[in-house]
Design a binder for this molecule. Sequence first.
Ligand code: NAD
Ligand code: UD1
Length: 337
Amino acid sequence: MRILVSGGTGFIGSHTTVELIKSGHEVVIFDNLSNSKIDVLDSIQTLTGVKPKFFKADMLNKDDLKQIFEEYKKENKNFDAVIHFAGLKAVGESVAKPVMYYKNNIAGTLNLIEVMNEYNCKKIIFSSSATVYGSPKSVPISEDFELHTTNPYGNTKLMQENILSDITVADKEWSVVLLRYFNPIGAHESGLIGEDPNGIPNNLMPYIVKVADKKIEILGVFGDDYDTPDGTGVRDYIHVVDLARGHVCALNKVVNSTGVNIYNLGTGKGYSVLDVVKTFEKVNNVPVPYVIKGRRPGDIAECYANPAKAKEELNWEAEFDLERMCKDAWNYVKTNK
Ligand code: NAD
Ligand code: UD1
């Protein structure tokens, strides 16, 4: 299949591109490079032998998007589906700059949908997040749980889910797959692609990696008084390569159905902050000093998926364990020093 990948030079998009190419698909990427680098394309080529066609395009600019579809239309070609990763994703930044988040994520997605409609490409896989479950009533979390968001980033994810669902009601030709990711971490085992946030990271694994690399002195553990086995927050960490493979499995679903299909992509296992710290130290033989701090506002005690629906309907399940995730995250940093 010919797949248009928005945000394809980003963390999850680049890993998904590798898996798509390895599965025999043709990938065309567009990205505005606001949070990724063009060099990623060379790494993808090294890993797959194929350099995907790339458009530097901003989804806020409809003409940028039309140009991509137009180029293929001239050759009587179209995309079989779009996988839509492009977006801004930092929760704290979204609280400080809500307009920027709503504009980029919502207006950008509306532009993409309009252009897809215009060129009669009506199959899309969308990167949603477990953030749409807010503070769940229980764990593990199934897809039919109540949805509730607590910050502008989460609001944009839920709004995009609703917009995409609404268009399938209005036009029965549309097919939408919403993938709700839990906590993606790790990197490709080669160390050639991975996650490299600018500045001080917000999320646990990038922070641990900076501490291990002695770029930051100490990790603050946000609370040890939660109702969890060791008192620290529990999350469903998933290897980014497993997540990427989930998209390859979801492709068959999106092209062979209509309407909306929703899947959790998680492992179904919860690990605490201290589990992650200790596993990272053990497998990489490197110290990660930490200090217990107060709870981070907005955090919940436990969040992990019931991934049964993805297994049953997509024939997908996560394979890599926490040790492998920690190993690959560290290998990426060491390889790129
Ligand atoms: P990322 O920032 O590495 O990738 C997103 C890409 O989108 C970047 O390369 C960026 O340059 C591009 N982009 C942003 N705005 C754009 C625009 N207007 N036009 C064109 N390109 C644009 O992030 P990621 O971690 O790979 O996340 C991918 C998607 O998955 C995002 O939508 C994110 O919200 C979602 N998601 C991520 C996580 C996570 O923890 N990483 C969890 C749940 C959901
Ligand atoms: C984050 C996002 C959420 C997104 C999810 C999946 C935030 C606030 N939330 O959630 O929108 O859907 O990732 O990718 O960014 N922790 C520490 N010290 C740190 C950093 C984190 O103790 O320096 C703890 C947190 O309290 C939490 C766990 O580590 O218990 C994981 O945190 P993080 O990686 O930020 O992910 P989430 O909060 O689950």
